[in-house]
Design a protein around this ligand. Structure first.
Ligand code: HGY
Ligand code: MN
Ligand code: MN
Length: 419
C-alpha cells in the first residue's frame, strides 16, 4: 500500500536536525584541515576511516552493507518486496584536497538520517532502500572524477579505471585493495545492479538559492562537460647557459596555450566554464629549462553544440602557440548535458511543498554521481544553499536547518518512490 501524505509528513518530522549536524561534525574529523575543511581524497587513510564509520552507523541501524568492484558502498534497508529493484539515495565521502565538510558528505549523511527517521517513524516501504557512497567522485588523486558511479553503470570501464595511477604513484587497484583489507567481510554488489530510482542531495555550490531566498533546489539536470589532459614536450637544458633562441621551453609554450584557450572560451554571457586547475612542470628544478608540462582542462557548458565546436578546437589552438615544443591533447572524459526525470522532480517539489519550503528549479553547473545514475534509472537531485555559493574551498558552509530541510525532502521523496 502506498504511503499517505500523513505518513510522509510524519517521516519528515522524524528527521532530527541535531543528529544530522552531529554526523557531519563526526565525519569532518577525518582529514580535518586548519581552515575548517577536509582533505579526504579517494581511498586515502582519511577516506577509509570515513568509510569505516559509515559502515559502523549502517550496522547500528541493522542495515546490510555491500561493496562493488570499484569500492562503491551500498547501505540497504529491506522493504517488504526484497526482490524488487530498490530506490537509492547517496553521494560521495571523498573530497577535494582543500574541500569542505558538506560537498558529497551531505548526500550520504542525509541518506543515513533518512534511515534513522524511517526507523523512528516506524515506516515500512515496499521496495528496499539503499544509501550509496560512490568512490572517487572528486577526481583529485585519481582522474577522472565521478569514477565510481561511471564504472557502476558502465562495467566495461572497470579494468581501465583500476589501472589509473594516482598523483602519488599508487594505482586505483592498489588503493582499493588497501580499503578491502581493512573493511573486513562484506557482501559483494554486482556492477550495474538494477535500481528503480535514485535521488541525490547536495549543496548547490553556487549562489542562486541564497540570492533568491530559496531553500530547496529542484534540479532539472547537469550541464555537459569535457575533460582533457594536455602534455607539452620541450627540451631540458641548463637555465644559465642555453641561449634563449635555442630553448624549447615547455612552460613558456604551455603558458601561451592557457592564455589562448581562455581567449577561445571567452563568453559575454558568462555561461561557459573553463579551468586549468593542475599545471605541472617537469623536472620542476629552478635551474633546468622545463622539458615537459602536463596540465588539466575542465570545460563545461550547457549548450551541446557550443561544447562540441569549442572542445574540438582546443588541440588546434594549442598547436598554434606551441612554438618549438610538441603538444598532445588527450580527452579523458566527456558527458552530454543530462536532463533529470520529470516524475522524480514532481515528487521532490511535492515534498518541499509538504514542509512549506521555498523552492526553485535550477540546472546544476557541478557534476554529480546522479549524472551516471540517470543512465540506468529515473533520477533527480535536491540542492540546498551553501554560504556565498562557495565550495571546493575549506570555508564551505551550510546551516543545520537547511541541511535538515534537504534531508526531509530526500526522506519523503525516496519513501514515496519506494512505496
Ligand atoms: O567537478 C565537479 O563538478 C564535482 O564537484 N566534483
Ligand atoms: Mn560533490
Ligand atoms: Mn566536489
Amino acid at each position: 500500500m502506498a504511503l499517505t501524505d500523513a505518513d510522509l509528513s510524519r517521516l519528515a518530522a522524524a528527521v532530527d536536525e541535531e543528529r544530522l549536524w552531529q554526523m557531519h561534525m563526526e565525519m569532518a574529523k577525518f582529514g580535518a584541515t586548519p581552515l575548517g575543511g577536509v582533505c579526504r581524497e579517494c581511498l586515502t587513510p582519511e577516506d577509509i576511516q570515513a568509510r569505516l564509520l559509515l559502515k559502523r552507523w549502517a550496522e547500528e541501524l541493522g542495515c546490510d552493507v555491500s561493496i562493488d568492484a570499484i569500492g562503491n558502498m551500498f547501505v540497504r534497508r529491506n522493504g517488504s518486496d526484497t526482490a524488487a529493484p530498490p530506490i537509492a539515495t547517496g553521494s560521495h565521502l571523498d573530497s577535494q584536497p582543500t574541500g569542505g565538510k558538506f560537498d558529497g558528505a551531505y548526500g550520504v549523511l542525509a541518506g543515513i538520517e533518512m534511515l534513522y527517521a524511517l526507523r523512528d517513524a516506524n515506516i515500512q516501504t515496499e521496495r528496499s532502500i539503499e544509501v550509496i557512497n560512490f568512490t572517487n567522485e572528486e577526481g583529485g588523486r585519481f582522474q577522472p572524477g565521478v569514477m565510481g558511479s561511471q564504472v557502476f553503470v558502465r562495467p566495461n570501464e572497470l579494468e581501465r579505471m583500476l589501472g589509473v595511477v594516482g598523483t602519488d604513484g599508487v594505482t586505483m587497484a592498489e588503493a582499493l585493495a588497501g580499503f578491502m583489507a581493512e573493511v573486513g567481510p562484506v557482501n559483494t554488489k554486482p556492477l550495474k545492479a538494477p535500481f528503480a530510482g535514485f535521488v541525490e542531495a547536495h549543496i548547490e555550490q553556487a549562489p542562486r538559492l541564497e540570492e533568491t531566498g530559496n531553500i530547496i533546489g529542484v534540479v532539472t539536470g547537469i550541464q555537459g562537460a569535457r575533460k582533457y589532459q594536455v602534455t607539452v614536450r620541450g627540451e631540458e637544458a641548463h637555465s644559465g647557459t642555453m641561449p634563449m633562441r635555442r630553448r624549447k621551453d615547455s612552460v613558456l609554450a604551455a603558458s601561451k596555450m592557457v592564455v589562448a584557450l581562455h581567449e577561445l572560451m571567452a563568453d559575454p554571457d558568462d555561461l561557459t566554464r573553463f579551468n586549468v586547475g593542475r599545471f605541472q612542470a617537469y623536472p620542476g628544478a629552478p635551474s633546468v629549462v622545463p622539458g615537459q608540462v602536463r596540465f588539466s582542462i575542465d570545460f563545461r557548458c550547457p549548450n551541446d553544440d557550443k561544447r562540441e565546436v569549442l572542445g574540438n578546437r582546443i588541440a588546434e589552438v594549442c598547436s598554434t602557440v606551441a612554438g618549438p615544443c610538441d603538444v598532445e591533447v588527450l580527452e579523458i572524459q566527456r558527458a552530454e548535458t543530462t536532463p533529470f526525470d520529470q516524475g522524480v522532480m514532481q515528487v521532490i517539489a511535492r515534498a518541499a511543498d509538504r514542509i512549506n519550503c521555498p523552492r526553485m528549479d535550477l540546472l546544476s553547473g557541478a557534476a554529480h554521481d546522479a549524472r551516471n545514475m540517470a543512465r540506468i534509472c529515473p533520477t533527480g537531485m535536491v540542492f540546498i544553499p551553501c554560504e556565498g555559493g562557495i565550495s571546493h574551498n575549506e570555508v564551505e558552509s551550510a546551516t543545520p536547518s537547511d541541511l535538515a530541510a534537504g534531508a526531509r525532502v530526500i526522506a519523503q521523496t525516496v519513501a514515496e518512490m519506494a512505496g
